[in-house]
Design a binder for this molecule. Structure first.
Ligand code: FAD
Ligand code: FES
Length: 266
C-alpha cells in the first residue's frame, strides 16, 4: 500500500475495559510486526499495530490512551471511516524458528496475535505468554484458542492464571522447553517488561526480537522524531522490530522516550 487509503469500520469488539478492536474488510498485505498510521480527521494520526489478519480483513486493537485514541473510542462507530498509511517498518523473522515464544502485555498483544496466526499457518509450535493487570484486561483468548497455541496467562491481581508477572511465567516455561529446537522469544508491551524479556533471553542464550514504540510523526524515516539514543536508529524504519540484544545496547531502552517536541520523557 503506497497511497493513503480510507476504510469503513466493519465491526467493533470491546475486548477489555480500555481496548476496542476495529475490523476492516481489506487485504492489508502487511508482514507480521509492521504498523499502520491511523488517521482520525480533525484530531491526529497515530501508529497502530495490526492484530488478526486474513486476505479478507484486518483488525486494529486501540487502547483509549489519550486525545486521538479517546476520540476514536467515542466517535467512531460501525460504518464510519478511518484513514490509513502503511504498512511500515520491519517485521518479525520466524522463517527458521521451530518454537516461537510470544510474550505480550497490554496493547502489545495484537502483534503477538498476528505473529501466532502466521506461525501456526506454517505449522510451527507457538507458546503465548500474556500478562495483564486483571482477568478482564486479557486480550483475544478466544482467537489464541482458535489457533490452538499454548496460552499461558498471568495477572497482577491473581484473578486469572499466574499471580504476578508474565516474565515469571517465561522463566518457568524456559526450564521446560526442548533446547534441540530452534527457539526464539518475541515480545511487545510495556518497555520495562521487554527489557526483562530481552535479559532473560540473553541469560538463557536464546534469540529474542522486541517490538519498540516511540513517538512517531512521518512513520517512514524522514522526520527523525523516533530516533533512539545512542545509535540514532529510526524506530519507524529500522524498527519497530529489532533484536533484543541490539535493544539492550541502547541506553534509553526501558529508561526514557521522547515526546512530541523531542524532549526526554521518563
Ligand atoms: C509501532 C507502534 C505500534 C503501536 N501499536 C498500538 C496498538 O496496536 N494499539 C494501541 O492502542 N496503541 C498502539 N501504539 C501506541 C499508540 O500509537 C499511542 O498510544 C497513541 O498514539 C496515543 O495517541 P493519543 O493521541 O490518543 O494520546 P496522547 O494524548 O497524544 O498521548 C498518550 C501517549 O501516547 C503517546 N503518543 C501519542 N502520539 C503518539 C505517536 N504519534 N506515536 C507514538 N506515541 C504516541 C504519547 O507519548 C503518550 O505517552 C503503538 C505505537 C507504536 C509506535
Ligand atoms: S517518525 Fe519520522 S523518522 Fe520515524
Amino acid at each position: 500500500m503506497s497511497l493513503p487509503l480510507v476504510f469503513k469500520v466493519d465491526s467493533i469488539r470491546q475486548d477489555s475495559p480500555n481496548l476496542k478492536t476495529y475490523v476492516f474488510k481489506h487485504n492489508i498485505r502487511a508482514k507480521s510486526g509492521q504498523f499502520l498510521m491511523v488517521w482520525l480527521p480533525g484530531h491526529d494520526e497515530v501508529p497502530m499495530s495490526i492484530g488478526w489478519q486474513t486476505k479478507e480483513e484486518f483488525h486494529v486493537g486501540i487502547a483509549d490512551a489519550g486525545d486521538c485514541t479517546h476520540a476514536i473510542h467515542e466517535n467512531i462507530k460501525v460504518g464510519d471511516k478511518l484513514g490509513f498509511r502503511g504498512p511500515y517498518g520491519t517485521s518479525f523473522d520466524y522463517k527458521d524458528v521451530d518454537h516461537l515464544i510470544c510474550v505480550g502485555g497490554g496493547y502489545g498483544t495484537p502483534p503477538m496475535l498476528n505473529l501466532a496466526q502466521r506461525a501456526t499457518e506454517l505449522g510451527k509450535k507457538v507458546t503465548v505468554i500474556q500478562g495483564a493487570r486483571s482477568a478482564d484486561y486479557l486480550l483475544y483468548e478466544d482467537l489464541f484458542n482458535q489457533l490452538g497455541v499454548e496460552l499461558l496467562v498471568s495477572t497482577d491481581d491473581g484473578s486469572k492464571g499466574h499471580h504476578g508477572y508474565n516474565t515469571d511465567v517465561l522463566e518457568e516455561h524456559l526450564s521446560k522447553i526442548d533446547r534441540s529446537e530452534n527457539v526464539c522469544i518475541y515480545t511487545c508491551g510495556p518497555e520495562v517488561m521487554m527489557v526483562k524479556v530481552a535479559q532473560i533471553a540473553e541469560k538463557n542464550e536464546l534469540k529474542c526480537q522486541v517490538s519498540l514504540e516511540r513517538y512517531m510523526k512521518c512513520g517512514f524515516g524522514i522526520c527523525g522524531q523516533c530516533c533512539m539514543d545512542d545509535s540514532g536508529i529510526r524506530i519507524c524504519k529500522d524498527g519497530p522490530i529489532i533484536s533484543g540484544e541490539y535493544a539492550l545496547e541502547h541506553p534509553e531502552f526501558g529508561k526514557y522516550t521522547r515526546g512530541q517536541s523531542g524532549k526526554v520523557e521518563k
